[in-house]
Design a binder for this molecule. Structure first.
Ligand SMILES: N[C@@H](CCC[C@H](N)C(=O)O)C(=O)O
Length: 305
């Protein structure tokens, strides 16, 4: 099987092109491909397949999706976590996906142009920009709106390296996230994320956990700044999580209150991304995630090992 290894702020993926929808990847195949000793090594696998030839499962097909044809396919991003599980969305993955589709000559994008991409969380858009790609991530929401509006936290998180449980806020970016604020960088560095943090109560479908340290001062040049580490559902610690950076910026913005700005720089171990919020007329907020994507190398691998 032909593949390309890609990374977006250090979140790495095995990319596979499946124009005729002929590749079946079992959870075991995926975890084998992602194994850093026995396979290619990555946080996840992304299969590019035309929407009209695939069965994205829980995605409800809209009119736009049904316009997908052999000549002009709408591309479905079939994302799987390193443990073989499916996830609704992957923000870094969408940037890597767009770059890969271009390299495979499946799409052409000039700077400023955008295309729709189908994910398990629904349609997303990706635009080519100077620093790489900007993904229209849709709106963010509280996972438990009642709890969140009462106290700006809805759970407690315990993690190896933290002396006490810390309050946290769970946010959906299509997939679930739980954001925990830490007092300083030393506490962030001390965390041992080889062990999964314990979230109480855990959101119904599990969660990705983001540990954040808001900068001091929080806002400079009208831009908020946050540092983050993440433990991803179905993967473990990764160098970056795009949906996680959006959830982290959304949570810190809630905690910052009325003064909060709309543009945020989130620094992760693998680099830096920009998260922008735009208010809709109904009060919800659209999120955009911008950052780089890199294709590292291509190769062939047999799934029968
Ligand atoms: N790294 C991704 C998120 C991948 C899915 C996540 N592990 C989950 O299970 O929800 C990103 O860049 O958003």
């Amino acid at each position: 099987m032909r593949f390309t290894k890609a990374q977006a702020t250090g979140n790495d993926f095995v990319m596979v092109s499946d124009r005729e929808a002929q590749i079946e990847l079992s959870p075991k195949d995926v975890s084998r491909l992602c194994d850093r000793h026995l396979g290619v090594g990555a946080d996840g696998v992304i299969r590019a397949v035309p929407a009209h030839k695939s069965t994205p499962g829980q995605v409800a097909l809209t009119e736009a999706e049904l316009t997908s044809t052999d000549e002009i396919p709408l591309w479905f991003m079939d994302y799987r976590n390193g443990d073989g599980s499916e996830a609704e969305m992957c923000g870094n993955g969408v940037r890597a996906f767009a770059h890969y589709l271009e390299a495979e000559n499946h799409i052409e994008l000039a700077e400023g142009e955008s295309i729709p991409v189908l994910t398990r969380a629904g349609l997303r858009t990706v635009r080519k920009v100077e620093e790489g790609y900007a993904v229209g991530m849709g709106v963010w929401s509280f996972i438990d709106p009642e709890m969140a509006s009462e106290s700006a936290s809805d759970s407690l998180v315990r993690a190896t390296g933290l002396t006490d449980p810390r309050p946290a806020l769970s946010i959906s970016m299509g997939n679930p996230h739980t954001v925990v604020a830490l007092p300083d960088e030393a506490t962030l560095e001390k965390l041992d994320l080889h062990y999964a943090p314990i979230v109480d109560p855990t959101p119904p479908h599990g969660t990705n956990v983001e540990f954040v340290v808001p900068a001091d001062p929080l806002v400079e040049n009208n831009q908020g700044r946050v540092q983050m580490r993440v433990h991803e559902r179905g993967v473990g610690e990764t160098l970056s999580c795009g949906t996680g950076t959006c959830a982290a910026a959304a949570a810190v913005r809630v905690w910052a209150g009325a003064d909060a700005v709309d543009t945020w720089t989130v620094t992760v171990p693998g680099g830096e991304v920009t998260v922008r919020f735009t208010a809709r007329t109904d009060g919800a907020e659209d999120v955009e995630l911008a950052g780089p994507a890199v294709l590292v190398y291509s190769g062939d691998i047999s799934l029968k090992q």
